[in-house]
Design a protein around this ligand. Structure first.
Ligand SMILES: [Zn+2]
Length: 274
């Protein structure tokens, strides 16, 4: 069941789950003991010294609009996680009751392989009627990367370019009534988050602004795959300040359950699924 945000229903759809790597490798500046309080808070995210996480996407549905935020790891087994399961199309059909041609808009928060996998399959856009919205800054960044990385990211996007369904945008962009894609750079140069506001109800889909909920409490921790680490830290702090005290659903596809709320527990900023 989805979460009501005014006219919209927000549904979490998990594409994949698995171990990405060891905490020591992924957060080289963070000593093992610093993770201890977060092991108690988020036991699902720890597997010994490794980070075990879901790779989720979000459906935003109203009477008139059907949006998908992010496209998971996708069908390309072995390109990212050996355990990639590619559950998204089945989750859309079975859990949300949505057919591929019902999706109007697919917004990609950033161009990392675990967020774009199902953009296409078999050389065709996965959602044939959808317009796919991507930050121009991120697209330009990918085109300038070394060939192996560039091609790996462009592979699922090329069918969208060929079919004319890829829209590159700059700055804050309204992608549906009350749904805005807003620049939150750092994790990637053109990284964006999705803000939803409808009849006074609010949600923010963070993308990978804070890939682990521990970063909501420790925004200064630097994650290995933050492309611009200093900007990423500044963006995390700015977002936290921005939503401080707001009654807002906070969603991230890498958090257990995907959608929740920020809760103050003593001096700690924690996140609890709705
Ligand atoms: Zn990610």
């Amino acid at each position: 069941m989805g979460i009501r945000i005014g006219d919209y229903e927000l549904t979490v759809l998990v594409d994949t789950h698995g171990v990405l790597g060891s905490l020591a490798e992924l957060w080289p500046g963070v000593p093992a003991r610093a993770w201890e309080p977060y092991r108690d808070l988020y036991p699902e995210l720890f597997e010994d010294g490794n980070w075990h996480l879901p790779f989720g996407c979000f459906l935003l549905r109203s009477e008139s609009h059907m949006l998908l935020v992010d496209a998971g790891v996708g069908p390309r087994q072995g390109t990212f996680l050996p355990s990639a399961e590619g559950l998204l199309p089945r989750a859309l059909a079975d859990e949300a009751g949505v057919e591929p041609d019902e999706i109007d808009v697919c917004v990609l928060t950033h161009l990392h392989v675990d967020h774009i996998g199902w953009a296409s399959s078999d050389g065709r856009p996965q959602w044939p009627r959808a317009s796919y919205i991507v930050s121009r800054t991120d697209f330009n960044w990918v085109e300038g990367r070394e060939p192996l990385e560039r091609d790996r990211v462009l592979q699922p996007l090329l069918p969208l370019v060929r079919s004319g369904s890829l829209a590159l945008v700059e700055g804050a962009t309204e992608v549906a009534p009350g749904v805005h894609m807003v620049p939150t750079p750092g994790h990637t140069p053109g990284h964006s988050s999705i803000r939803v506001e409808s009849h006074g109800s609010k949600a923010i889909i963070l993308g990978d602004v804070a890939v682990h909920p521990a970063l909501l409490d420790r925004p200064e921790w630097v994650y290995l795959f933050d492309v611009e680490p200093e900007t990423s830290v500044a963006t995390r702090r700015a977002i936290l300040e921005d939503i401080e005290g707001e009654d807002i659903v906070v969603a991230c596809g890498h958090y257990p359950g995907g959608a929740g709320r920020i809760v103050r527990e003593g001096s700690r900023t924690t996140w609890r699924p709705v």
